[in-house]
Ligand binder design. Structure first.
Ligand code: NAI
Length: 737
């Protein structure tokens, strides 16, 4: 079906010639009533004549079309719209097309050159559009075109004034698209190329003749038709070709480190990364743009420091520089096997601080106990030999200085409870190699089998100081990432002391690095005294969670992740802070004496229902938000029509509990006299908020401002983010509840 404009009233500014004339003729040919505006100025804005507009009106009328002329400048925006209302009673479409040029090299641009250009292009478009806005809003239909230019998008010598004004129009259009959306006012921008009197001074005559304005007009007509739903977009158009433009953004680079000032040197050193368009993203709105910027705050918080726990491999000899991820990734290390008896299990349990002082510990210390078991974190022991054995140094593409290796992070997942004796084999693969600038991170995945059965999986994250800058990627989907703890007081805290001989005991489980026992060796590494094994603190923290939240039942232990932040000296006390979030127990381990965080971004995942410690009962039961929605439902019944007038939007809510979706609500304050729905909603939702039951209550009680909740990542918004401003209007009243 052909696109008709019968019944529509269209204003085209600057329609006395060039592109504007073409638009006016094309709209009229398809039934529109057209206001042909033109001041009749010369290209520099001088002079005035009604002839230009009159001529186009005559042309239209001669073909049986409807048109009136308007000779006002776009600077008298109201008058142009009044012409449309006087002649045709309404205004549906505004094409901001009028324009002049005052090209000068920048140094020679006078105030007048600057102001005139801005007054006609940017301010004129603002005034005309503003005059039309409320009419469009009331009739819930409007189509607006802004005319930008390649000079604005890319810059052009001698057109500083014009470029600035033209791109200003794009910014104006972007915001009008957002504000107009709910009234069906759509706004797009074009950057045309066509032969006209404006271009005849810069283009050869045959090009002026062949780049016809009629190759631009059809795009303008389509964008202004009621069938077209495009809005907030930018198009280049000419010669019969149309292309759409959007923003592209590099992955970028974080150049700031936790607790350190951000410096221009860091910016210089990471410049190539900042500007590298590999895997570029395409943020489409302020929300998408902000989300990624705001997420940097928590990334810096959790990634700011480098793991500080030297591994046994640090004793190996240096082997020169050079990392080649293409060669290294996917390489398998020699298979290792580990044969053990109950002795190793008990030795390990003692190594991570278990004691007969605590009767609960007997099941891990006494082979005659009816529930004798291995501690779940013992799962790192069979696999560590792949790393300790210097296997990494045999991997092609990993020519690194093994004296510079630190154990950065550890992840362990169990597929069944560990046996208390037998032979386990481990297969190790270099899962990924990352370039962190200051160093390289090697992710080593180790699968450990009993016969053919997979028992557990470890991911060692090894940091090699000084080995970065080989041009590799910064992050990997294969990495098991540390997670920051919730921002509230911990649900449980356990304090436990290590003994002076803790490292001497722990090393008997297989990590023989002298760093943990030999003072002179430790001094070479820059430590005043030998330090505890990171995996020993890991064992302490793991068993604290096991006792506190899983009744010391190893079959409930699914996985553990830690990042080694600082070393511990044997004899210091460990303070494990724990936060229960469903079956995930976030944790952080500090040295009690110094307050230094030694295990960061850590968590344990448990199977099945977890028990709260008696002094910290975990709240279960119904969602608190149910009550609020019930009350909202009642209010809508009473005051629905009034709220619809005030708010005019449909809000979706996804309420989560323990990280999972727990309820779905829709507050329709747009249709009829408003309504509340529970469960899936069939109509169009303008904006959807996802928030936890607890945070929802905070917002409702007025303790948490929605905007702050958004920036803190507690409130996710999908759809028209501007509407979140209305949240306060809706929710404020309920603080009284
Ligand atoms: P044109 O000079 O043929 O048309 C501009 C019209 O605007 C003229 O008829 C002029 O009298 C009118 N006008 C100037 N000041 C006015 C005012 N204050 N109030 C009302 N009318 C006024 O030029 P053309 O090429 O048709 O340009 C149309 C639009 O497209 C302009 O905004 C121009 O900047 C833009 N453009 C054109 C390109 C091209 O290749 N032709 C390239 C990029 C942008």
């Amino acid at each position: 079906m052909s696109l008709s404009f019968v019944g529509r009233v269209v204003l085209v500014t600057g329609a006395g010639g060039g592109l504007g004339r073409e638009y006016a003729l094309a709209f009229a040919a398809r039934g529109a009533s057209v206001v042909v505006n033109d001041l009749g100025a010369d290209t520099k804005g001088g002079g005035k004549s009604s002839a230009a507009a009159d001529k186009v009106v005559e042309e239209i009328r001669a073909k049986g079309g409807k048109a009136v002329a308007n000779y006002d400048s776009v600077e008298d925006g109201e008058k142009l719209i009044q012409s449309a209302l006087d002649a045709f009673g309404r205004i549906d479409v505004v094409v901001n097309n009028a324009g002049i040029l005052r090209d000068r090299s920048f140094a020679r641009t006078s105030d007048l050159d600057w102001d005139l250009i801005h007054r006609v292009h940017l301010r004129g478009s603002f005034l005309v559009t503003r005059a039309a806005w409320n009419h469009m809003k009331n009739q819930k239909f409007g189509r607006i075109i802004m005319t930008a230019s390649a000079a604005g998008i890319y810059g052009n010598f001698g057109q500083a004034n014009y470029s600035a004004a033209k791109l200003g129009m794009l910014g104006l259009a972007n915001t009008l698209a957002i504000e107009g959306h709910k009234y069906n006012i759509l706004c797009n921008t074009i950057a045309p190329v066509a032969g006209s009197r404006m271009t005849e001074t810069i283009m050869p005559p045959d090009l002026v003749a062949s780049l016809k304005p009629e190759y631009v007009a059809p795009l303008v007509l389509w964008l202004c038709h009621e069938q077209c739903q495009e809005t907030g977009s930018l198009f280049e158009v000419g010669a019969g070709w149309i292309g759409k433009l959007r923003w592209e953004r590099t992955q970028g680079q974080i150049v700031r480190k936790k607790n350190q000032p951000m410096t221009p040197e860091a910016v210089r050193d990471q410049w190539d990364r900042v500007c590298d368009f590999t895997n570029a993203t395409k943020p489409a709105n302020v929300q998408e743009s902000l989300e990624s910027v705001v997420s940097v705050l928590s990334q810096v918080e959790s990634e700011g420091e480098v793991g500080m726990n030297p591994t046994a491999a640090a004793t190996s000899a240096a082997s020169g520089g050079g990392i080649n991820p293409a060669k290294a990734v996917g390489q398998k290390l020699p298979t290792t096997s580990f044969t053990f008896t109950q002795t190793q299990c008990i030795l390990y349990a003692l190594g991570v601080g278990m004691s007969t002082k605590d009767p609960d510990h007997l099941r891990f210390l006494y082979e005659g106990h009816p529930d004798f078991s291995s501690l779940p974190t013992f799962g790192v022991i069979p696999s560590q030999s792949s790393m300790m054995g210097g296997g990494l140094s045999s991997v092609p593409g990993l020519n690194i200085d093994f004296t510079q290796v630190l154990h950065g992070e550890q992840y362990l997942e169990l597929y069944k409870p560990l046996p208390t004796s037998g032979t386990l084999t481990s297969e190790s693969t270099v899962a990924d190699v990352l370039d962190k600038g200051s160093g390289a991170v090697i992710l080593l995945d180790v699968n450990t089998y009993s016969g053919n059965e997979l028992v557990c999986y470890n991911q060692f994250s090894v940091f090699v100081v000084g080995a970065g800058g080989f041009g590799g990627k910064r992050s990997s989907e294969k990495a098991k990432a540390p997670l920051p703890p919730p921002k509230r007081a911990p649900d449980a805290v356990v304090i436990d002391s290590t003994t002076r001989d803790q490292a001497a005991l722990y090393r008997l489980s297989g990590d023989w690095n002298p760093l943990h026992i030999d003072p002179s060796f430790a001094a070479m590494g820059g430590f005043k005294t030998p330090i505890l094994h990171g995996l020993c603190s890991f064992g302490f923290a793991g068993r604290h969670v096991l006792k506190q939240f899983a009744d010391n039942d190893p079959s409930r232990f699914k996985a553990i992740k830690v990042r080694f932040a600082k070393p511990v000296i044997p004899g210091q006390s460990l303070q494990t802070e724990m936060w229960k979030e469903g079956n995930r127990i976030h944790m952080q381990c500090k040295v009690k004496e110094t307050g230094a965080v030694v295990l960061a971004g850590a968590y344990v995942d448990l199977h099945g229902p977890t028990n709260a410690s008696p002094e910290n009962p975990i709240q279960g039961g119904d969602l608190q938000s149910e009550l609020v929605f019930a009350e909202i439902g009642r209010r809508i019944k009473d005051l629905g029509s009034e709220l619809v007038k005030k708010v005019n939007a449909v809000f979706g809510w996804e309420i989560t509990k323990d990280g999972k979706k727990a309820a779905e609500w829709t507050i329709d304050l747009k249709n009829g006299s408003g309504s509340l729905h529970k469960g899936p909603y069939s109509g169009k939702v303008d904006v959807t908020f996802t928030v936890s039951d607890e945070d929802f209550m905070e917002v409702v009680m007025g303790k948490l401002v929605p905007q702050k909740a958004f920036f803190a990542g507690k409130l996710k918004v999908k759809g028209n983010i501007m509407l979140s401003q209305k949240l306060e209007v809706i929710l404020k009243d309920y603080a009284k509840l």
